[in-house]
Design a protein around this ligand. Structure first.
Ligand SMILES: [Zn+2]
Length: 212
């Protein structure tokens, strides 16, 4: 569902551009709104959410899909945690569909899906591993890297339940906006994938904005 935001970027309390292949890490407090903006179009933003006070509670694809009875995310979707609490709600969305089931790219999946020679290509899982390694204060390890949301990514589920990685439906300037219902740690990998069309074969920057 396409829903525009009433928020003005000029009034945002925080703005940061995240290049493709980099990670983004920030606590968004309950009541604050975060926008992920696809600056140049057709970019996937692989995102994990954690309870900022207890990262063992985290976004759960399984619980979110069950509670809303739909595999896609858009305006009105509530992101549910592994403890069945609502972590965030999508309050605006100009893209219209975000993936819950495709997972993130990794050296291992690049190897099995594409070619052995792709193993050393940078992948989302690497960016998250760097994020937790560079932030020991979080007390997180690779065991905490679980299923993620692929904002802006198009993974249509076929009539017989298959997954397909399709060309993106996002475009330059499209965004998704979420209101935090608890203090959440947001961890984004701005996807560097070059082996499938999730980034239009051209990974590009995103911008993250937060309104207090
Ligand atoms: Zn990726």
């Amino acid at each position: 569902m396409i829903k525009q935001s009433a928020l003005n970027p000029e009034n945002a309390a925080f703005r940061e551009t995240v290049p493709a292949g980099e990670y983004f890490l920030k606590v968004v407090k309950a009541g604050e709104t975060i926008r992920i903006l696809d600056l140049e179009g057709n970019q996937a933003a692989d995102t994990l959410f954690y309870n900022a006070h207890n990262p063992t509670e985290r976004y759960s694809a399984v619980d979110t899909i069950r509670e809303q009875g739909n595999v896609y995310l858009t305006a009105g979707s509530k992101l549910v945690s592994s403890e069945n609490n609502v972590m965030l709600e999508i309050t605006a969305d100009t893209c219209g569909r975000h993936d819950t089931v495709g997972g993130a790219c990794a050296a291992e999946s690049n190897t099995t899906r594409y070619a052995l020679a792709k193993k050393c290509m940078h992948a989302c899982r690497d960016s998250w591993l760097v994020a937790v390694a560079e932030h020991e204060e979080l007390g997180m390890t690779k065991r905490d890297i679980t299923h993620n949301i692929n904002f802006f990514m198009n993974v249509p589920v076929t009539a017989d339940g298959g997954l397909t990685f399709a060309d993106g439906i996002s475009d330059a300037g499209k965004y998704v906006e979420l209101e935090a219902k608890m203090d959440v740690l947001v961890m984004i990998s701005n996807c560097p994938q070059l082996n499938n069309p999730c980034n239009g074969w051209n990974p590009t920057p995103i911008e993250v904005l937060v309104w207090s």
